[in-house]
Design a protein around this ligand. Structure first.
Ligand code: UN1
Length: 519
C-alpha cells in the first residue's frame, strides 16, 4: 500500500486548482481499504477551457516539423520504458490487472511510440500526374486540429496511447478524459508524456470528470467549434450517443466499443489449444477486455469433451491477488462488479453452470477453492461457464464484461458463422481448426474487424488495424498506419504553371484510337 496520489486536471501545463464537481477516490479493487488516488473532478466548463487551451496551442504544434514531433514521441517511449515497472505496478494497484499483464500493457505504449516515432519522418503525401501539361498535383496530410479522447480504465495506459501518440505525432493537440477509476495511472501517463516529450503547454491536456459532465462539456466545446475529432473507447450505448453528437457537428468519431466475441471450436480443433485459448480469452483480465471471449461455439461432436476440459481448467485456475501468479484478479471497480451481478441474473434454469465452487462474488461464505489471498478484501468474482446459451438469451445476445463465458453448439460451419454474427457486435473473433478452407470461410463470413486462427480473441498486436463493426464501432480503425486517417485530413493541391487557364475535363488532349483495327 502507498499513500493516495492527489490528482487534478492539467490544462495548458498547469494543474487546475479547486474541484468544480467535487472529489472522488479511486480504490485498489483487490484491497478496497487502499486508496490509490484522491481526484478533483472538473465540470463541463473545464472541458471547454481545456479544449480552448488545446485550440490555442494547435497552430504552433502543427508548425513544429513532423520529424521533431517524432523525436518527442521517441523520448516519450524511452521515458515510459525507463518507468515500465513503476507504471505497471500502479496499473495493477489501481485496476487489479495481474502484474505480468500490466507490464504487457505498458509495453504496448512503448511499442506504439516505437511505431510512430518513425512516422514523423514519413507522414507521406503523394505527387500525382495531372491530366494537363505544366500542371502538377499533390496530396498532403493535415492534422485535424483539436482531438478529445475519452477512454475506459481497463487498459488505462495502452488504449489511450493508441489515440494520443498518433494524434500528437500528426500535429493535433489533445484533451484527454480518462476513466475516473484509473485516475492515478492516467496522471502518471500524462506526466510521463509531457515531461518525456518536452511538450509545450496546451498540447496535451487532461481533464478528470464524470461521464455526464464530459458529455455536456463535449457538446459545448463542439458547439463552440473547439473540437475537431473525438476518440472514444467504452460501451456501445455511450458510443452511439457520441456518434450522434459528433454526427450533428458533421464529424465522425473514432469509436472503439464493446464486443461479444465468438470462438468457434471445430471438429478438427486441437482441443487442448482451444481450452488454453478460451481460458485466457474468457477469464484473463477477469473478462474485462473489449476483446474478451463471449461465447464458445462448439461443434456438437466435440462439445462434451471440450466442455469437460474447459471446466476442469477453469476450476483449477488461480484467481486472486493480482501481484501473485494468478489468471485474473478483481473487477476493475465497484461499478463493474455491480453490473456483473446483474449479468449473472441472466442465467436461466435451462443453462448449466460450471467452472468454480460458486457463482458471484467470492467471499468467506461463497468461497473459491484455491483462491490466492483474502477474497473479502476486494471485488473478486467466480469464473462462470454457462453451457446451453442460444440466440434470444440475454446472456448470448449481450456483452457481459466480466468472468463469464457462454457455450453453445453448431452442426455446420454456416450455422457457426450465423451464431457468431447473431449478437450484432463485430470486434474480435476466433476459430480453432487445422483446415485452411474452414479458417478462410470463417474469415469471409464473420462480421468482426479482427479474426484469430488458433489463437485467443484478445491480445491483438499493437501495429495491426484494431477496431470493429456493428455494435462494436463505426468502422474506424486504430493502430498502425491505418489510424493516420483518423488524425489527419487529406488535402489535395493542384499547381498550374502553364501560364494559362487549363480547364479540367475540358482542355484535355485526347489521342485518336483506331477502334476498328483487327489482326
Ligand atoms: C480493450 O479492451 O479496449 O487486444 C482493448 C487486446 C488488447 C487491447 C484490448 N491489446 O486484447
Amino acid at each position: 500500500m502507498g499513500s493516495p496520489r492527489s490528482v487534478s486536471s492539467v490544462i495548458a501545463g498547469r494543474p487546475v486548482a479547486g474541484e468544480p464537481a467535487g472529489r472522488i477516490r479511486s480504490a485498489n479493487p483487490a484491497r478496497l481499504d487502499d486508496v490509490v488516488a484522491d481526484v478533483a473532478l472538473g465540470d463541463a466548463g473545464l472541458l471547454v477551457t481545456a479544449a480552448r487551451a488545446a485550440r490555442d496551442a494547435q497552430r504552433a504544434w502543427a508548425d513544429t516539423p513532423a520529424p521533431v514531433r517524432g523525436r518527442a514521441i521517441a523520448h516519450i517511449g524511452r521515458l515510459v520504458e525507463d518507468n515500465k515497472e513503476a507504471l505497471a505496478r500502479l496499473v495493477t494497484r489501481e485496476i487489479g490487472k495481474p502484474y505480468p499483464e500490466a507490464l504487457g500493457e505498458v509495453q504496448e505504449v512503448i511499442d506504439t511510440c516505437d511505431f510512430f516515432l518513425g512516422e514523423g519522418r514519413r507522414l507521406y503525401g503523394q505527387t500525382v500526374p495531372s491530366e494537363m501539361p505544366d500542371k502538377q498535383l499533390f496530396t498532403f496530410r493535415n492534422p485535424v486540429g483539436v482531438v478529445t479522447v475519452i477512454t475506459a480504465g481497463n487498459f488505462p495506459v495502452a488504449v489511450p496511447s493508441w489515440y494520443i501518440v498518433p494524434a500528437l505525432l500528426c500535429g493535433n493537440t489533445v484533451v484527454w478524459k480518462p476513466a475516473e477509476y484509473s485516475a492515478a495511472a492516467s496522471a502518471a501517463f500524462h506526466e510521463l508524456f509531457c515531461r518525456g516529450g518536452g511538450l509545450p503547454p496546451g498540447v496535451f491536456n487532461v481533464v478528470h470528470a464524470d461521464g455526464a459532465a464530459t458529455f455536456a462539456g463535449l457538446e459545448q466545446a463542439l458547439d463552440a467549434g473547439l473540437v475537431d475529432k473525438v476518440g472514444f473507447t467504452g460501451s456501445s450505448e455511450v458510443g452511439a450517443r457520441i456518434g450522434e453528437l459528433t454526427g450533428r457537428h458533421l464529424q465522425s468519431a473514432c469509436l472503439e466499443l464493446g464486443g461479444k466475441n465468438p470462438m468457434v471450436v471445430t471438429a478438427r480443433a486441437d482441443l487442448d489449444l482451444a481450452v488454453e485459448g478460451a481460458l485466457f480469452a474468457g477469464f484473463g483480465t477477469a473478462g474485462q477486455r473489449c476483446t474478451s471471449l463471449g461465447t464458445v461455439i462448439c461443434h456438437e461432436s466435440v462439445h462434451d469433451e471440450f466442455l469437460t476440459r474447459f471446466a476442469e481448467a477453469t476450476a483449477a485456475a488461480a484467481v486472486g491477488d493480482p501481484f501473485a501468479d494468478v489468471l485474473y484478479g478483481p473487477m476493475l471497480d465497484a461499478r463493474f462488479a455491480d453490473r456483473f451481478d446483474k449479468y449473472l441474473g441472466w442465467i436461466g434454469p435451462r443453462h448449466k453452470v460450471l467452472g468454480s465452487t460458486g457463482t458471484g462474488r467470492i467471499t468467506a461464505a461463497n468461497p473459491r477453492a484455491g483462491f490466492v489471498g483474502d477474497p473479502e478484501a476486494g471485488l473478486f468474482y467466480h469464473p462462470t461457464i454457462v453451457d446451453g446459451v442460444r440466440p434470444g438469451d440475454e446472456i448470448f445476445d449481450h456483452e457481459t464484461f466480466g468472468p463469464l463465458v457462454g457455450v453453445t453448439t453448431y452442426q455446420t460451419l454456416d450455422e457457426a458463422i450465423e451464431l457468431a454474427n447473431a449478437p450484432g457486435y463485430g470486434l474480435s473473433s476466433a476459430i480453432y481448426t487445422d483446415d485452411a478452407k474452414e479458417a478462410l470461410t470463417f474469415r469471409r463470413g464473420i462480421s468482426a474487424g479482427m479474426v484469430s486462427v488458433n489463437n485467443s480473441t484478445s491480445g491483438a498486436e499493437a501495429h495491426l488495424p484494431f477496431g470493429g463493426n456493428g455494435k462494436s464501432g463505426n468502422g474506424s480503425r486504430q493502430s498502425g498506419v491505418w489510424v493516420l486517417d483518423q488524425f489527419t485530413r487529406w488535402q489535395a493541391l493542384n499547381w498550374d504553371y502553364s501560364g494559362r487557364l487549363q480547364k479540367a475535363q475540358m482542355d484535355v488532349v485526347e489521342l485518336t484510337p483506331d477502334p476498328g483495327f483487327r489482326l
